[in-house]
Design a protein around this ligand. Structure first.
Ligand code: AMP
Length: 240
């Protein structure tokens, strides 16, 4: 099964993608993480993408699409892929569909995490990330026990350079003006699961799984859906 998580920055899609990837044996692929890695390693892609990422603009489709396709081609024993942050516009979605078709694959499910803009602003303004494993903390809504230190692995917390107020507003504008139109693309295909993303990590996760079960009843998804694990506390630790 191949699935996409659509959600604005701060909607919690990274956290949910990690959890779903583990349960459903899917390879998590976060375009933002891949781009940040490429920038840190100063690869040709990283050098080309850096000014766009720093401004909070979308990186040109041609660069991002090839990066994602490389990741899809190198599935390491996973039963499919879970895309987080890609596609970001309809052109990317169309290219993805065409290229997946060439590989004999398709997108089976698309989850939209719906969180109002005001709440996203609150989450992003206080967002800090752990340097070792990308656990996400929030100074207002989900603070670590010791300020500046990750509870899970003791590493220091940092704020992403594009999590500054002006860049946050710009990135959210792009999401609500451009990326949101993906709902019109995937909705009529019967693959879209809309989930209220304002609840707890566990509630959102359960709602996604219920949506996937509904889709499965309508048309069997490729690869079995594992049952929801009884203890969900570890979800808190899966953040990114
Ligand atoms: P994210 O971590 O998903 O918020 O992405 C961080 C930044 O990477 C974005 O603000 C864009 O500059 C770039 N980026 C990530 N995914 C894409 C994409 N699918 N298309 C274009 N740019 C992207």
């Amino acid at each position: 099964m191949n699935m996409i998580l659509i959600g604005a920055q701060g909607s919690g899609k990274g956290t949910q993608a990690q959890a779903l990837a583990r349960e459903l044996h899917l390879q998590p692929t976060a375009s933002g993480d891949l781009l940040r890695e490429a920038i840190a390693s100063e690869t040709p892609l990283g050098r080309a993408a850096k000014p766009y990422v720093e401004r909070g603009d979308l990186v040109p489709d041609t660069l991002v699409v090839e990066m994602i396709l490389d990741s899809i081609r190198s599935l390491n024993g996973a039963q499919g892929i879970i895309l987080d942050g890609f596609p970001r516009n309809i052109a990317q979605a169309e290219t993805l569909d065409a290229r997946l078709l060439e590989l004999g694959q398709a997108i089976d499910a698309v989850v939209y995490l719906d969180v109002p803009r005001e709440q996203l602003l609150d989450r992003l303004n206080g967002r800090y990330i752990c340097r070792a494993h990308g656990h996400v903390w929030n100074m207002k809504t989900h603070p670590p026990t010791v300020a500046g230190v990750c509870d899970y692995d003791g590493s220091d917390l940092y704020q992403r350079s594009d999590d500054q107020p002006d860049k946050i507003a710009h990135r959210l504008d792009i999401f609500f003006n451009e990326t949101i139109h993906l709902l019109e693309y995937y909705g009529p295909q019967g693959k879209l699961i809309r989930v209220d993303g304002t609840g707890s990590i566990e509630d959102v996760h359960r709602a996604i799984r219920a949506g996937l079960d509904r889709l499965e009843r309508l048309a069997p998804l490729k690869g079995a859906l594992a049952p929801v694990p009884p203890q969900t506390v570890s979800l808190q630790e899966i953040a990114g």
